[in-house]
Design a protein. Sequence first.
Length: 254
Amino acid sequence: MAKISAVIITYNEEDFIDKCLKSIDGIADEIIVVDSFSTDSTEEVCKKYDVRFVKHAFEGYRDQKNYALTLASHNHVLSLDADEVLSDKLRESILNIKDKWNYDGYLFNRRNNYCGKWIRHSQWYPDRQLRLFYSKKGEFGKLNIHEKFILSNGGKVGKLKGDILHWPVISHADYTEKLDKYSLIAAREFHLVGKKTTIFTPYLHMTWGFIRSYIINGGFLDGRDGYMICSSSAKSVFRKYSKLRQFNKYGVPQ
């Protein structure tokens, strides 16, 4: 039977981490929480469980998750964020494959909650995530914000039934604040890897992002919430490329 190490990164997650840890009880043979020096009760909540709690300065989402992987005792890893919970169906699916691990990684659907409502369309669902994997076959890559576990060439990927339940925002103000923060981080990352932009780039990406999410991916089917999500996301894309253009011209402020 495959033994699974669950790895979670945290910073001030007292509102969510308890539900996350409960959902992996009986699934994970080891739980590692890498915390960026939380100032709330995150550590106290984690100590209620059989958790290895490690404090480590935040290095960006990608690098923090790769650091967490180095602490895992087992090569089969389940990576979750603190505001994510395994659905009962997904728990069942993971338990079923522990005796018969056939792939290098497994995809799950992720169902996102917006201000108390589950979103079923746009780019918020099915929002597939590769979160269960053989860690020696890859690493977290891409930007240090929209990090993904990337399997090496030839890695085989399976799909499990069930959802990760995700509570990314608790209010629209919270959502716009996070989008603004992420757009700045992404612009810096783009600038560091030499990505260029023109005066038209922010407008083109904003327009295409809204059309893809709201129309092509059916965001309009989620009503007012779908519009708020898709329009706010499109505006965030505009800010990201506008900031990138500024960084290209003047450099990144220290």
